[in-house]
Design a protein around this ligand. Structure first.
Ligand SMILES: Cc1cc2nc3c(=O)[nH]c(=O)nc-3n(C[C@H](O)[C@H](O)[C@H](O)COP(=O)(O)OP(=O)(O)OC[C@H]3O[C@@H](n4cnc5c(N)ncnc54)[C@H](O)[C@@H]3O)c2cc1C
Length: 372
C-alpha cells in the first residue's frame, strides 16, 4: 500500500505520525511545498513573534524522526496535479503514485489590494518567514496599522504593543471577533486592547489615507483554502474540499483534513470548516485510523485558544448559523471568567479566560442545560 499526503502542516504531519504509531508499515510520502519541516503555526503570532520561544519549538518532529519512521518527506515539493483514475500525483519534482491520498493543504491569508496599493510595506502572517519578518520589523518600533480585529490581527497587535510599537487596529465590524463571540465577549477584547494602548477603530472600512500614517501594515482579514488542485482533479469543493463524516472526499480513495476540509459534521448537523490547531491534530488522527480500515466519524467540537498580553483563553463549541439566545458570564471579565452561550437553555459554546482549572468543565458543559 502507498499513502501520499499533500501538505506538510500540522494536519498532514499528525496523520503521518498516527499512521506509524498505529503500525502502518507501507510506503508513506509527505509532500511539503515549504522548505521547513512540518511545524505548528500558533507560536508564530505569540511566543515566537514575541521572542520568547525558540524556532526549534515549533516543529512537529525533528528531521531524524521522519528518517527513523521511514516517512518519505519531500520538502520544497509542491503538488501541482492529481490524476484520480491513474492514482498519480504530479509534483514540481516528478510524478508519484499512491493507493490512498490525503489532502492537507491548509489555507492562505486573504489578500487586501487596498493595503498593497497604499505604498506602505504590507505584511501577512502565515509562515515562519512571515513571522521572522514581523519580528525584525517590530525591533525598529514602527507605527503599525493592523487591518482586521480577528485572532491574527489581535495577537499581532498584542505582540507589537509588547515590542513597544504604536498600534492602530482597523475593523469594519462594531466590535472585535463579534462574528464568533458575539458583542458581550467582543467588548472584552475591545477593552483589553484599548487598556494596552491600542488605537482600536471600529465600525468603518479602512481607507488608504488611514494606512498612510503607518510604517507597516499587517493584514489579518482571514484565510481561505486553495481549492484549485482539488477542483481541477474533479473533487467536490465548496469553501474547501467537501468531506463526509469520516473525512472522505467525493472520491473513495481521497480524504481531506485540517483547514482545507469542509466536513459534514455529525454532531453539529451541518458542514463546518475549522481553522484551528486542535482540529488539524485530531482530524489527522482520525484520517489515519480510516486509512487503516476504521469507519470512524470525526465528531469533535471545534476548540481554540489564544494568548494576548496576559490574557489566555480556551473556547469550545460552535454557535453556528442558528445563533444563540443569551450569554451567561461568571466571574470578572477584566480578569478571570467563564462564559456560556445558550440556545434556549442548552449550552452550545463555552469559554474560560485566565481560569485554566475550568478547561475540562467548559468542555463538559456543551449540550447541558443551564437555567436562564
Ligand atoms: C499565525 C497563526 C497563529 C495561529 N494561532 C492559532 C491559535 O492560537 N489557536 C488555534 O487553535 N489555531 C491557531 N492557528 C490556526 C492553526 O495554525 C491552523 O488551523 C493549522 O495550522 C492548520 O493546519 P493544516 O495542516 O490544515 O494547514 P497548514 O498549517 O496551513 O499546512 C498546510 C501546508 O500545506 C502546504 N501546501 C499547500 N499546498 C500544497 C501543495 N499543493 N503541495 C504541497 N504542499 C502544499 C502549505 O505550504 C502548508 O505548509 C493559527 C494560524 C496562524 C497562521
Amino acid at each position: 500500500m502507498r499513502i501520499a499526503i499533500v501538505g506538510g502542516g500540522l494536519a498532514g504531519a499528525t496523520a503521518a505520525t498516527e499512521l506509524r504509531d498505529r503500525g502502518y508499515d507501507g510506503r508513506l510520502t509527505l509532500c511539503c511545498a515549504e522548505q521547513h519541516l512540518p511545524y505548528e503555526r500558533p507560536p508564530l503570532s505569540k511566543g515566537y513573534l514575541l521572542g520568547n520561544d525558540e524556532l526549534d519549538s515549533v516543529f512537529v518532529h525533528n528531521a531524524d524522526w521522519y528518517r527513523e519512521h521511514e516517512v518519505d518527506l519531500r520538502l520544497g515539493t509542491r503538488v501541482t496535479g492529481v490524476d484520480l483514475s491513474a492514482r498519480r500525483l504530479v509534483t514540481d519534482a516528478g510524478d508519484e503514485s499512491y493507493d490512498q491520498l490525503v489532502l492537507a493543504m491548509g489555507a492562505q491569508p486573504r489578500r487586501f489590494t487596498l493595503a498593497e496599493e497604499s505604498g506602505v510595506p504590507v505584511a501577512y502572517l502565515r509562515t515562519i518567514a512571515d513571522s521572522q519578518r514581523l519580528r525584525q520589523a517590530f525591533a525598529d518600533t514602527p507605527r503599525v496599522a493592523i487591518v482586521g480585529a480577528g485572532w491574527i490581527g489581535l495577537e499581532v497587535a498584542a505582540a507589537a504593543r509588547t515590542a513597544g510599537c504604536e498600534v492602530t487596529v482597523h475593523e469594519m465590524a462594531e466590535l472585535p471577533l463579534v462574528g464568533v463571540l458575539g458583542p458581550e465577549i467582543g467588548q472584552v477584547f475591545a477593552d483589553l486592547h484599548r487598556g494596552h494602548g491600542v488605537d482600536l477603530r471600529l465600525g468603518a472600512a479602512v481607507t488608504a489615507s488611514d494606512l498612510a500614517a503607518a510604517d507597516l501594515v499587517v493584514v489579518g482579514i482571514g484565510a481561505a483554502p486553495d481549492i484549485s488542485l482539488a477542483e481541477a482533479a474533479g473533487l467536490e469543493v465548496e469553501n474547501g474540499v467537501l468531506v463526509d463524516e469520516q473525512l472522505r472526499a467525493s472520491h473513495p480513495e481521497v480524504y481531506a483534513i485540517g483547514d482545507i476540509a469542509n466536513q459534514a459534521h455529525p454532531r453539529l448537523g451541518h458542514r463546518v470548516r475549522v481553522e484551528h490547531w486542535d482540529n488539524a491534530i485530531e482530524q489527522g488522527k482520525v484520517v489515519a485510523h480510516n486509512l487503516l480500515g476504521a469507519q470512524e466519524s470525526y465528531a469533535r467540537l471545534p476548540y481554540f485558544f489564544t494568548d494576548q498580553y496576559d490574557f489566555g483563553m480556551e473556547y469550545v463549541g460552535h454557535v453556528g448559523p442558528a445563533g444563540y439566545d443569551a450569554v451567561q458570564v461568571e466571574g470578572d471579565t477584566s480578569d478571570a471568567f467563564r462564559a456560556y452561550w445558550l440556545r434556549g437553555e442548552v449550552v452550545v459554546a463555552a469559554m474560560h479566560a485566565n481560569d485554566w482549572d475550568a478547561s475540562e468543565e467548559i468542555k463538559a458543559s456543551i449540550g447541558t442545560v443551564r437555567q436562564t
